[in-house]
Design a protein around this ligand. Structure first.
Ligand code: ATP
Ligand code: MG
Length: 278
């Protein structure tokens, strides 16, 4: 890292285009010339309507987009251009420096592997731990995310179908935290959960991120939720960043008409709910 600069992931002019799959299929320009950064110690919310390119931008960072996708622009991590790294070098950044909770993470567990195996595989592969060390570390991680042994049955030895949605999401977070990353990329980590569990899991994620001085990129549809949790908000529309700034400023004094529309829509919904409640 260069002289005193804050540790950060920085996207410069990122564009993502999905290739066409045939004669009648067009290319999709999912992300268009986007620039933003995620500093360590910051929680950055990426919001925008469905299809605006949030997941595409997020998945471009650890370079996990489908083969054949065209990506241009640069991605720096602590001043190093990671978009120029070879696959093997990039693999060393994944999990250890930059970890991911992908969209639908709670459905991405392998059914026949226990929670312990999911976490231990990451630790043995990326941290070169033994199975025994991995198991101990996995137990600690589960405690960290509030999944202690419940009664006689340790969550460690349960299979994905034996967990609730909230527990699965916590387990996905424990897996992402396994290698002590500097940055966490979380894509809609709680949308499938009820409102209370959603808040619990997000508050816990934010607390862990703050405690560890990590940087978090949180993708969500939910602007009020992001506004309450994030230091910085980025608003995307049709592949472009249309607004970026401290959360309070974006909510209280939105500059882009699209952000104003999003905020207005939320206010009208709140007013309607209040009137109905009277
Ligand atoms: N693998 C793919 N192949 C082709 N097009 C894709 C692919 N993945 C996404 N797209 C398209 O790219 C655009 C951006 O999609 P993306 O998933 O990044 O949006 P998003 O903001 O994350 O949406 P959501 O909030 O619904 O998750 C959309 O038009 C989508 O249809
Ligand atoms: Mg998405």
């Amino acid at each position: 890292m260069t002289g005193g600069a804050k540790s950060a992931i920085e996207l410069r002019g990122l564009s993502v285009t999905y290739g066409s799959r045939g004669k009648n299929d067009k290319e999709v320009r999912a992300v268009r010339d986007c620039s933003f950064s995620i500093a360590r110690g910051d929680i950055v919310g990426l919001v925008g309507e469905s299809g605006s390119g949030k997941s595409s931008a997020l998945m471009a960072i650890p370079r996990l987009l489908p083969a054949g996708t065209k990506v241009s622009g640069q991605i720096f991590c602590d001043g190093e251009d990671i978009s120029a790294l070879g696959e093997e070098a990039m693999n060393r950044w994944r999990w250890r420096r930059i970890a991911l909770v992908p969209q639908g993470a709670m459905n991405s567990f392998t059914p026949h592997l226990s929670v312990e195996r999911h976490i231990t595989e990451v630790l043995t592969h990326h941290m070169k731990m033994t199975r025994r060390e991995g198991r101990e570390c996995a137990a600690e991680l589960l405690k960290t995310v509030g999944l202690e042994a419940q009664g006689a049955s340790s969550v460690l030895d349960r299979y994905p179908h034996e967990l609730s949605g909230g527990q699965k999401q916590r387990a996905a977070l424990a897996t992402a935290l396994a290698c002590g990353p500097d940055f966490l990329l979380a894509d809609e980590p709680t949308t499938a959960l009820d409102v209370i569990t959603q808040k619990e899991v997000l508050d816990m994620t934010a607390a862990l991120v703050r405690e560890r001085g990590m940087g978090l990129l949180l993708v969500t549809h939910d602007l009020p939720l992001a506004a309450g949790l994030c230091d910085v908000l980025i608003v995307m529309k049709e592949g472009s960043v249309v607004e970026i700034g401290p959360s309070r400023t974006v909510v209280d004094a939105p500059r882009h008409p699209y952000t104003r529309k999003l905020i207005q829509a939320i206010r009208s919904l709140e007013e309607r709910t209040e009137t109905e409640g009277e």
